[in-house]
Write a protein that binds this ligand. Structure first.
Ligand code: ZN
Length: 280
């Protein structure tokens, strides 16, 4: 059953209400993910819609789990860096620097008025996008001592999903973009946004981390429909599991952040890649 608790939205508050918030018990959540093609069957806003809903649900759960904590949802920002699929209409890519500036603008403006906790919520896992987010977090920490975290990157890039998910009988490690996982998620959350054609889409796999794909776009890699994985396998029960698992990751990371525990970190190989990649 869906939790009907009301979520406090930043854009609905006036400055007086914002001023009187108890800053040391308030956590702000910033959903940020780009418009990006997700195959011929999923909406371009798949990442943004998902992360906005996950964040909203996490805030509702936190209200019961941690009633002393005040959670505020910032408006979802439809921005991110997409490296592979700008050769499809609907993908809107910003530079990593823009991502950094946006996250830093939110964080610093809030920190100037005494806010201490910011959770950055993204479902888009491109390394340059994460580089923007983590550079902003580092600056917010050093300039304002602001406590920040980005919960999904460490979970996603450490492949914890594969360890935790129900056994499915096929290899899910190759479901990279608009495949089984995201299609299941949409089938569960928004069946009316899922185009029926998903049932007939052939499984297509590519290793997007291989050096051979560097600098290539999806169509050059033979991904003419813009997805990597097996959308036809989509399953509502898996979608429900995946959604709830994602919500839990955000709930736990927020509690840890608030209780002063060290937030989960990105795996070493991702940090190295982040350093090696130039701003784009
Ligand atoms: Zn996605």
């Amino acid at each position: 059953m869906k939790n009907e608790t009301k979520v406090l939205k930043f854009e609905e508050l006036n400055w007086k209400q914002i001023e009187t918030l108890d800053k040391k018990n308030t956590v702000l959540f910033l959903p940020i993910s780009p418009m990006e093609e997700h195959g011929p069957h999923l909406p371009v806003g798949t990442d943004l819609i998902t992360i906005r809903d996950v964040t909203t649900e996490a805030i509702k759960t936190l209200k019961t789990k941690k009633p002393d904590l005040k959670c505020i949802l910032l408006p979802a920002v439809p921005i991110g860096f997409c490296e592979f699929n700008t050769d499809f209409p609907g993908t809107i890519s910003s530079s990593g620097k823009v991502v950094k500036d946006i996250v830093y603008s939110f964080g610093s403006s809030l920190a100037e008025h005494g806010f201490k906790y910011l959770v950055i919520c993204t479902f888009h896992m491109s390394i340059v996008h994460l580089k923007g987010i983590y550079s902003a977090m580092k600056q917010l920490e050093s300039k304002y001592k602001m406590k920040t975290c980005e919960p999904w990157g460490p979970y996603f890039h450490a492949n914890i999903i594969e360890k935790n998910e129900p056994k499915l009988g096929f290899d899910t490690t190759r479901e990279l973009h608009a495949g089984f996982r995201e299609t299941s998620l949409m089938k569960y959350q928004y069946p009316y946004l899922l185009d029926e054609s998903y049932k007939n889409l052939q499984s297509i796999y590519r290793d997007l981390n291989s050096p051979r794909v560097l600098g290539k776009k999806f169509k050059q890699l033979g991904l003419k429909d813009g997805y990597v994985g097996s959308p036809a396998r989509a399953d509502v029960d898996y979608g429900r599991w995946f959604f709830n698992e994602t919500v839990n990751v955000f709930v736990n990371a927020t509690i840890d952040l608030f209780e002063g525990k060290k937030p989960p970190e990105l795996p070493g190989r991702i940090k190295t890649a982040m350093k090696a990649l130039f701003w784009r």
